[in-house]
Ligand binder design. Structure first.
Ligand code: FAQ
Length: 337
């Protein structure tokens, strides 16, 4: 899918360390790089880039990939209990899409010189983050609607600008991801609309799911701009095109009318249309909860990590078989020459 440099991460790091310093780290090199960014050029895997740019991107893309993979778990919980065959098929297809997103993203991150094994290891050892949202449990079928509507909805708002992020492989991966997320958002909204238009009990279920998922969904956009340690540099490099607060506001403004359309109430007493700003004012977010979840103390953090570690060890035989097959093919190709 991408141009792949076949050297190991270690070999690449060694090669970079031996590069003349003025190639990548001096002021002139950085200025030339920034000029390319300012001219909206895509940066490609073999281009020169400041080490900090490579590091920031590897961090963001790998965390994004981990989120897609861990994000399969809360929904996977409902495959067996989906209320109809149609719902089950749709949910299965959605979860498979998320696996695909994780794979494109790991591939994009690998082009920066870190192997997938290293990234996965960082996740499993608790060193790498993944989105806070996936540490909340899906306790009713309505939660599957809320995840599609709100979580995929928030993901789209955050990810559409990433289709124009400055790193080529990441931007190209995001085009397809966004198309699929858009379908996911629609199916989630359709589940919520069906429940909200159903019996009193179903409507209560939908409202309860909205009550529990609203605040974690708007926290997905990350800390406020004042607290966002990476934003300033990431925006200067056009990795991020909009700030966390700008995207959060955009999501709220577009989601409130959707809730109204299906007769549900956003659980925020301070939510109010601001005529002057042409946007909604909203109440305070619980940042203590956000940071606790980031640090591993959410309701489901431990379960999620354990499930990923188990899946990885249970899948070891598949990786071994694939490697043995690849080796067999390579040997056969040599023998045929
Ligand atoms: N969760 O300086 P900032 C999906 C961390 S995919 C955990 O503002 P940045 C699809 C942040 O890493 C959802 N940690 O950071 C799906 C940093 O710590 P670090 C994932 C968070 O990177 C749907 C620190 O806080 N999407 O939903 C979070 O500039 C349904 C300071 O923050 C992406 O990853 C958080 N929510 O901005 C799948 C999109 N927020 O790393 C299945 C790409 C912040 O320095 C089912 N990523 N932190 O140690 C981004 O756009 C950015 O990375 C942000 C954070 C906006 C998430």
């Amino acid at each position: 899918m991408y141009t792949t440099d076949l050297r190991t991460a270690e070999e690449k790091a060694k090669a970079r360390a031996s590069e003349p310093k003025d190639m990548i780290t001096d002021t002139a090199g950085d200025a030339a790089f920034q000029t390319r960014i300012d001219n909206d050029e895509f940066i490609e895997p073999k281009d020169e880039m400041p080490e900090a740019y490579r590091k920031t991107l590897t961090r963001q893309i790998s965390q994004h990939a981990h989120s897609e993979i861990v994000g399969m778990l809360p929904e996977g919980n409902w495959v067996k209990r989906a209320p109809s065959l149609r719902r089950k098929l749709i949910l299965l297809a959605k979860i498979q899409d998320e696996a695909g997103h994780g794979l494109y993203l790991y591939s994009a991150a690998e082009t920066l010189g870190t192997s997938r094994g290293e990234m996965v290891n960082a996740l499993h050892s608790g060193r790498a983050k993944y989105s806070t949202i996936f540490n909340y449990p899906t306790t009713t079928w309505a939660d599957i609607g809320a995840v599609g509507w709100l979580v995929d909805g928030a993901a789209i708002v955050n990810q559409i600008p990433l289709c124009r992020t400055s790193y080529g492989p990441y931007a190209r991966a995001m085009v397809r991801v966004c198309k699929e997320e858009s379908f996911h958002q629609r199916q989630g909204f359709e589940i919520m609309a069906a429940l909200a238009g159903g019996t009193l009990e179903q409507k209560r279920m939908a409202q309860d799911a909205l009550n529990r998922w609203w605040w974690p969904s708007i926290m997905m956009f990350g800390p406020t701009d004042a607290e966002s340690s990476n934003s300033e540099q990431s925006m200067a490099w056009k990795i991020k095109r909009f700030s966390n607060d700008e995207l959060r506001q955009r999501f709220i403004d577009q989601t409130v009318p959707q809730a109204e359309a299906i007769g549900l109430k956003i659980p925020d007493p301070d939510l109010k249309w601001n005529e002057e700003r042409q946007s909604y004012d909203f109440g305070p977010l619980n940042w203590d909860e956000f940071w606790a979840v980031v640090k591993g103390d959410g309701v489901a953090n431990r379960d999620r990590l354990e499930a990923r570690q188990d899946a990885y060890s249970e899948g070891a035989w598949v990786r071994e078989a694939a490697e043995a097959y690849a080796e067999k093919q390579a040997n056969a190709a040599v023998a045929a020459e």
